[in-house]
Ligand binder design. Sequence first.
Ligand SMILES: Cc1cc2nc3c(=O)[nH]c(=O)nc-3n(C[C@H](O)[C@H](O)[C@H](O)COP(=O)(O)OP(=O)(O)OC[C@H]3O[C@@H](n4cnc5c(N)ncnc54)[C@H](O)[C@@H]3O)c2cc1C
Length: 423
Amino acid sequence: MDDKSTIAPSSVPTEAQVRDDVLAWFNEAWDPDLSLLEWREILIDSGWAVPSWSRQWFGRDLPAWADLVAQQAIRHAGGVATPVGVSMFLAAPTLYDHASNELKDRLLRRTLTGELVWCQLFSEPGAGSDLAGLTTTAVRDGDDWVVNGQKVWNTSADHADAGLLVARTDWGATKHAGLTYFVLDMDQPGVEVRPIRQMNDHCSFNEVFLTDARIPHDQVVGEVGGGWTAARGTLAHERTFSVLRRAHVEPDASGRVVDEARVEAADYLKTYEWYPQRAGRVDLVIERARAFGVADDPVVRQEIMKLLAFNRAAELTAERAKAARALGRPPGPEGSIGKLALSEVARRCNRVHSLIAGARAMLREGPDPLDAVAAEVLVSTPAQSIAGGTDEIQRNIVGENILGLPREPAVDRNKPFREVGAP
Ligand SMILES: Cc1cc2nc3c(=O)[nH]c(=O)nc-3n(C[C@H](O)[C@H](O)[C@H](O)COP(=O)(O)OP(=O)(O)OC[C@H]3O[C@@H](n4cnc5c(N)ncnc54)[C@H](O)[C@@H]3O)c2cc1C
């Protein structure tokens, strides 16, 4: 790590100070002819890959907002920061917060370099919203755990090296207390990944069947029986993570590092190519209304304006949530309603695209290439209100945690899970 920082060790720096420090380091260290891996090793050693982490673990003990400031400064200067996606935004922070030092030592660096690709193995056929009701079971066998069960809706599991797995390890404990969080090696005989074809014809999810899959005991994340705490950590990161909001390299950047980063990002983002359509493509409605000659139809205009006004309000709410996070404030109402607002934008887009295009909104191949995009919106937006927690669950959170309403009745919370869960 360089020691030319202008930031005094015990002071809280300003954004401008952090940006200046990153750039001073970057301008000396950047070598576009390195391989992506070689560059990321240098980045990690500098402490600027994840400056909010501790110095012991590749960081600089800076506030949480410094991560984004550093990434943007490096990118705007024509460089490359850490990889995009689940590995960096779900796996890395969960391991950092909950894994043993030994496990961090084995996994964190290779996650930051992009060598390890991760997937999230949480949902099951009988446990999605009610995640703590999962029944995939891990039983201790000497130095290993043996896992049996089924996971589902697991994005990218077909090309992941490792999975963030939550499994039941104690059926005699209460629902939440009987869970343990593991790192599962995906490349082993007991792990069978079957892709699922979606109604929008993409194939980003998988079912994962676990039959006597083995996990070394030292791949438990946190405590045995403490899986719910670590899982909630992952879910909290998931609510603030958007694969689409993260740019990777500047369009005019060049060099070997950049070229390899572009290939890495393009490869990763293949899985997510329908996500803009999932969000509703609000950006297309005016263009489509003009193309269909209905831009001066009073009903269409009215609906478009309602959509655009709602979308703008949602964007401003998201900005408020971002500003509150940057100031280190705990998640507030603006964060919780933000996800609901995104679902509503997607639903309204769906309606407006149909209103504009009529039956042509259903054509996968129409006279205009955008027909296919609009058609994909119709069959992709339902996912917006399910992924990362459904709208109904989000409303429960708002009701209970923000409005202070009574908790949802739950008869299964305080009994041994074997008495209330499916066998
Ligand atoms: C795009 C996308 C990506 C995903 N990626 C992953 C991934 O990588 N890994 C992973 O593990 N999972 C993933 N999931 C799964 C996702 O987490 C679950 O789909 C989600 O938690 C909902 O669970 P479920 O599908 O089992 O629905 P259910 O929980 O069965 O819900 C069915 C319906 O009942 C309602 N409902 C349920 N409980 C309540 C309640 N208490 N009060 C009111 N209404 C209720 C729900 O709102 C919903 O409308 C992904 C899903 C999507 C759409």
